[in-house]
Design a binder for this molecule. Structure first.
Ligand SMILES: C[S@@+](CC[C@H](N)C(=O)[O-])C[C@H]1O[C@@H](n2cnc3c(N)ncnc32)[C@H](O)[C@@H]1O
Length: 276
């Protein structure tokens, strides 16, 4: 089964659950007309029979399916049987796709935020169309993530955002401050390479924990990108050290499976579960 068909199957199952007792917000034709103003999408939401949001890039379907297969079993193993007590934060949620997947499991409340208003506008559109009650969205930068503003969450999702930030350590600390049980991190990482040596105090120190400055000169042109022109990208060792220093315990990596999206197969991206 192709990634796109498989994903469609997952989403169909979701629609059945979400829409059990709720009428469609629009007819398929009205919906197609409404969708025209949004252009291309990052996620293939099936909003009505035969009406699926058109993807910006073909590879997105395969990437989404791989991520779901790598992270959802661990999330389900932890929360199945008590979803109605579970709150979830989706940081940098884009159009809200992963948050919707958690909402359809019956989570008590899901909150998604993203710095780009146009992404949140799409997320709100999907919420209205699918009549999902247990999810809400906010336009916000992760710099403003505090327990005072959002409260605390049993599950936090930090997916595809760390490597777009100038202050990834600060972001992890802010996430830790609002995480009660589990934080799932999905990030690009540097490939393994030689260690580096520096001076710390009077000592020469050798370390494998390395971050690179990556420039994103066209950051303002993509709905998936950073909010500034540069970001710090860690290698896996640095990621684990940063998570530990942010206060997470029991940090473990999700393993790729045969045939998965090659960024994960090649360990250019990793998914990590970090417990509190
Ligand atoms: C690569 S996408 C990942 C989207 C989604 N979390 C996922 O994994 O499918 C990065 C998202 O983070 C948002 N973003 C970038 N910098 C941000 C920041 N400083 N604060 C909040 N959101 C940010 C972007 O607008 C984009 O939607």
């Amino acid at each position: 089964m192709s990634p796109r068909t498989n994903l469609r199957r997952l989403l169909n199952a979701g629609r059945r659950l979400v829409q059990q007792d709720t009428p469609r917000a629009s007819t398929a034709d009205e919906l197609r007309r409404e969708l025209e103003r949004f252009g291309k999408w990052v996620y293939p939401f099936e909003l009505a029979d035969g009406v699926v949001t058109p993807l910006q890039f073909d590879w997105l379907a395969e990437a989404h399916e791989t991520r779901f297969r790598m992270m959802l079993p661990e999330i389900d193993a932890l929360f199945d049987g008590r979803w109605d007590e579970v709150s979830c934060l989706d940081a940098g949620c884009n159009e809200g796709y992963v948050g919707f997947e958690i909402a359809r499991r019956g989570a008590k409340a899901v909150v998604g935020f993203d710095a780009r208003p146009q992404n949140i506008e799409k997320a709100e559109f999907v919420k209205r169309q699918l009549q999902v009650k247990n999810i809400s969205f906010d336009v916000a930068n992760i710099d403003s993530l505090t327990p005072e503003r959002y409260g605390a969450f049993d599950l936090t999702l930090f997916l595809g955002l760390l490597y777009h930030l100038e202050d990834p350590i600060g972001a992890l600390r802010r996430l830790r401050a609002v995480t009660r049980e589990l934080c799932v991190v999905d990030t690009q990482v540097l490939r393994d390479g030689p260690s580096v040596t520096t001076i710390a105090g009077m000592e020469e120190v050798e370390t494998n924990d390395i971050l690179a400055v990556l420039e994103e000169p066209e950051w303002d042109e993509s709905p998936l990108a950073a909010m500034t022109g540069s970001a710090l990208v860690p290698n896996k060792s640095a990621l684990f050290t940063m998570l530990r220093h942010a206060g997470f315990r029991n940090v473990r990596q999700a393993m790729p499976y045969p045939g998965c999206y090659d960024r994960y197969a090649n360990f250019d991206r990793v998914i990590v579960f970090a417990s509190v």
